[in-house]
Design a protein around this ligand. Structure first.
Ligand SMILES: CC(C)(COP(=O)(O)OP(=O)(O)OC[C@H]1O[C@@H](n2cnc3c(N)ncnc32)[C@H](O)[C@@H]1OP(=O)(O)O)[C@@H](O)C(=O)NCCC(=O)NCCS
Length: 190
């Protein structure tokens, strides 16, 4: 989960927390209702486009988003507004730690940022996984927005956030920045 390009300035004014029920609707910047739910088959394509167009994430193959959105829909989320996917969470439960959810990527379209879209997707994800006790992710040191997102999530859940080595820079074959691993636990339900 790299990304040194986020500024430390919020792109907009956050709105009060909204319900995270899967079919709940919340106004967005464009006044279109926002729906947060697991992706439907084929929406991996829109997730891939969002990751590509943002230009900030490590872009995986389109195939990876399609497979994850289909086979791992329960641990992924999309935010849909005006019929378009404006945000996504890509995640899975590591087989060795089935009570953990690993958040691989989070993205929100630039015109929707600062409105708690990412926060609401993480809330909806965890609320839909009652068996999950902890959240994991890796975040580069330079990705302030992502670090703040997970710190706020942990704080709002009354959980501890701890760090371990994660994926070291020397383990990457391509000069990638280190990806320290965070653990948020225990998860309380809203
Ligand atoms: C990171 C990202 C998903 C955040 O989405 P968002 O919908 O704007 O985030 P939210 O509005 O839900 O904010 C949640 C928390 O993170 C903080 N935050 C989010 N973006 C921030 C930024 N650029 N700078 C500082 N804090 C930020 C918010 O202030 C909020 O914390 P608070 O409750 O203490 O105020 C979005 O900026 C993005 O898509 N970035 C590019 C992709 C990326 O880097 N993804 C993460 C790594 S995979």
């Amino acid at each position: 989960m790299p990304l040194p390009t986020e500024s430390d300035t919020r792109p907009g004014t956050p709105e009060p927390s909204a319900t995270t029920d899967i079919l709940s609707t919340t106004p967005t910047a464009s006044d279109e209702p926002l729906q947060i739910r697991p992706p439907e088959a084929g929406e991996g394509a829109a997730m891939w486009r969002l990751a590509r167009d943002g230009g900030e994430l490590d872009l995986n193959t389109s195939y990876a988003y399609l497979i994850l959105a289909d086979d791992f829909a329960a641990t992924c989320r999309v935010a849909v507004s005006g019929g378009e996917v404006v945000g996504f969470v890509l995640g899975y439960c590591p087989p060795a730690r089935p009570s953990h959810v690993f958040v691989w990527q989070v993205a929100v379209r630039s015109d929707q940022r600062g409105r708690r879209v990412a926060a609401r997707m993480l809330d909806d994800l965890v609320d839909g996984l009652p068996e999950v006790e902890a959240m994991e992710a890796t975040v580069t040191e330079s990705n302030t927005a992502s670090r703040r997102l997970f710190a706020a999530f942990a704080r709002n859940r009354g959980a501890e956030l701890s760090w371990s080595a994660g994926v070291r820079a020397e383990d990457f074959p391509d000069g990638h920045e280190a990806e320290p691993r965070l653990l948020i636990s225990p998860l309380s339900r809203s």
